[in-house]
Each structure stands twice: as structure tokens, then as C-alpha cells.
Design a protein around this ligand. Structure first.
Ligand code: BTN
Length: 278
């Protein structure tokens, strides 16, 4: 039997029951998010589907969730491995009243909410790797993909997509990610109720989103800082057209990464791919 068939069989054996969306919805205490759930057994990408819904005028708070994705996407066009029934893959439609320049705050807000939820389920606190990764021991546990549509007037919608490796056994991860990924199960040695996790995460997102709508990112900046794993660390950042080396200093009030480069200049990085140097 080919190795890929074996992995598919083992994954099926280790996969839990399908998500019970009623269980999430019935006990959800959230003001804005989780107003409606659209559940799919398989989908191309929850972000793509949510985007289509938003284009058709869907309201803020709708959640698109799938057991598996055939074209799960990460930042920079990367593939997000999305096997069925073990993890969480979902996207929420947001219509924030923010100028487009402040929209990156949504990613930072989501990282805080995700880290706060994960702390309940993990033996060690997670770390935020700017801008959108959640790591433990340098290995990726969850990722955030925000996609925005805006015009000169403001933001029309933001699709907040989140993938969490929850009950995914390390030995069933494909080679392409096994060395650099982890899961809540691998860290806690416990199978987690996906419904309980997602309910808590939507509630934490709802609360953090409410906080930044009220007073901006400043409201949660100190919590973001407490999870920030790069301060004082040497990093390599791939920008669109160049690579910069330096020491990460923190973020500014708009959520840009502050980097002291090797020439001693303070640079403000809005978008880039960060690698931690040993
Ligand atoms: C990253 O780490 O680069 C972001 C990964 C985001 C993955 C999630 S899974 C649900 C949603 N749908 C997608 O296609 N991507 C996001």
C-alpha cells in the first residue's frame, strides 16, 4: 500500500467525530461574532468562500467553517495543510469601522485572542511571531490569514481566517510540515473538544474585537507584547524587494514591526516574512 494511503487510513482512525455546530452555537456568548455558521465537510478554502459571501453583502459576524480544505491558504501564497476532522479551519466576516491603514490591527487582535484561548488548553504559554503565527517551542501551532477589501472611504470587509492544529498527531503530519509544526494534542497529550475550543476562541475574538473597536489597538497592546516572542531577537526579514537583518524591538501603535537593522537604523516593517536567527 502506498505511504500516502497508509497516512490517510491512520488519519481517519485518529480523526474525531464531525463538528457539532449546534453545540458551538447554543452556548456561545458573543455580541458580534458567530451570528451565523456555514458548515462544510470539504471546501476549497473557508477564506475564499467567506470572501464570496462578503462580496454578496453578508453581514459582519458570519462564520464559515470546514472539516477539510482542498486549497487552504497561508500568507504569501503558502499551502495550509487541512486534513479532515482533527483541526479547525474557519473564517469570519468582519466589517470594521477602521481606516484601511489600521486594518493590520485585526491580525494583531486575532493573535492576542488566539494566544489567550490557547493558554487555557496548553501546558506552556504560546508565543506570537509577528504578524500572524502562533508558536510553541519555535513550532507553528496556528496561523491567521486576513484578507481585506477597501476603497478610499474605508474598509468594506476583512476576512479573518484561522487555522489551528488541534488534535493532529505529529506522526501523521506530512513531511513538509512535521519538523516545523506542532499541535495542541502533541503538546498537552490530550484530545481537545473542537467545539469547546472554537466556542471559547470566538468569544475571545469577539471580546478583543470589541476592545479595538472602542479604543484602538492600544487597548490590547500590552497583552500582545506579553506574548511577543521576537523582542531583542536577531531576525531576518524578507521584504518585497530586499532582505534586512537586525534586532526586533517591538511594534508601533499601528502594529508595524520595529527593527533596528545592522546599520543601526530603526526601520518600520509593514509586511514581511520573519525568520528567527539563532
Ligand atoms: C499562515 O500561517 O500563513 C496563515 C494560515 C491560515 C490558514 C487558515 S485555515 C482557515 C482559513 N482558510 C484558508 O484558506 N486559510 C485560513
Amino acid at each position: 500500500m502506498p505511504a500516502s494511503d497508509l497516512t490517510a487510513k491512520s488519519l481517519a482512525a485518529s480523526a474525531g467525530l464531525p463538528l457539532d455546530v449546534d453545540l458551538i452555537r447554543d452556548q456561545l456568548a458573543a455580541k458580534r461574532l458567530g451570528t451565523q455558521f456555514r458548515y462544510f465537510v470539504a471546501i476549497d478554502s473557508t477564506n475564499s468562500y467567506a470572501r464570496r459571501l462578503a462580496e454578496q453583502g453578508a453581514a459582519e459576524g458570519e462564520v464559515v467553517i470546514a472539516e477539510s480544505q482542498t486549497q487552504g491558504r497561508g500568507r504569501l501564497g503558502r499551502h495550509w495543510v487541512s486534513p479532515p476532522n482533527v483541526n479547525l479551519y474557519f473564517s469570519i466576516i468582519l466589517r470594521p469601522k477602521l481606516p484601511p491603514a489600521e486594518a493590520p490591527q485585526i491580525t494583531l487582535m486575532a493573535a492576542v485572542a488566539l494566544a489567550e484561548t490557547l493558554e487555557w488548553f496548553l501546558p506552556v504559554p504560546p508565543v506570537i511571531k509577528w504578524p500572524n503565527d502562533i508558536l510553541v517551542d519555535g513550532k507553528k501551532l496556528a496561523g491567521i490569514l486576513t484578507e481585506m477589501s477597501c476603497d478610499a472611504e474605508g474598509v468594506d470587509y476583512v476576512i479573518l481566517g484561522i487555522g489551528v492544529n488541534l488534535n493532529y498527531p505529529l506522526d501523521l503530519m506530512p513531511d513538509e510540515i512535521r519538523q516545523r509544526a506542532t499541535s495542541v494534542f502533541a503538546l498537552s497529550k490530550k484530545k481537545i473538544s473542537r467545539e469547546a475550543f472554537l466556542r471559547r476562541l470566538i468569544q475571545d475574538l469577539d471580546r478583543c474585537y470589541g476592545e479595538i473597536q472602542g479604543t484602538g489597538f492600544a487597548a490590547i497592546a500590552s497583552r500582545w507584547e506579553s506574548y511577543f516572542g521576537l523582542r531583542g531577537q536577531r531576525v531576518r526579514i524578507e521584504l518585497l524587494d530586499q532582505v534586512v537583518l537586525g534586532t526586533a524591538q517591538g511594534i508601533d501603535r499601528d502594529g508595524a514591526l520595529l527593527l533596528e537593522d545592522d546599520q543601526g537604523n530603526l526601520q518600520r516593517v509593514i509586511a514581511g516574512d520573519v525568520t528567527l536567527l539563532e
